[in-house]
Design a protein around this ligand. Sequence first.
Ligand code: ZN
Ligand code: ZN
Length: 136
Amino acid sequence: MDQLPNMRLTTQRQIILEELGKVTSHPTANEVYDMVRKRLPRIGLGTIYRNLELMAESGIILKLEVGGTQKRFDATVEKHYHIRCTDCGRVDDVDIEVQEKINQIAAESCEYKILGHHIEFSGICRECSTKKPSIH
Ligand SMILES: [Zn+2]
Ligand SMILES: [Zn+2]
C-alpha cells in the first residue's frame, strides 16, 4: 500500500494498520485496542481512538457508515458494500460489483451533483440464523 504523502505513518499507526488489515471483521475502536495492545502494551484507548480518526480522515483506513452504536473501521479503502447482522451487529463485506449506475439514477432525480453513495445491507448472519430463535 502506498503511503499518503500528507501523513507520516508513525509506528503506532503502522501497527494499527497492520492489525486492522489482518481481520475482516470491521472491528470497533475497542476491538482494535485489544489487538494492538498485544504488541504495544502501553498504548491507551484514547490514542487508538485518535489515531483511527486521523487515519480515517486521511483515507488510509475506512470509517464505516453503518448503523449501530459503535464506529467500526476497515483497512479496505476501495469502494465496497457492507452487510450488518441486525441480531448481533457484526459487519461483513458483500462481494458484489460497485453499482455506479445508481449515481446516475440519483442524479436524474435530484438537483445534486452526485459524489457517491453508501449501501448497507442488513440481514441475519449464519451464526445467528442457526441459533435457537429467541422469544422477543
Ligand atoms: Zn449475527
Ligand atoms: Zn469492509
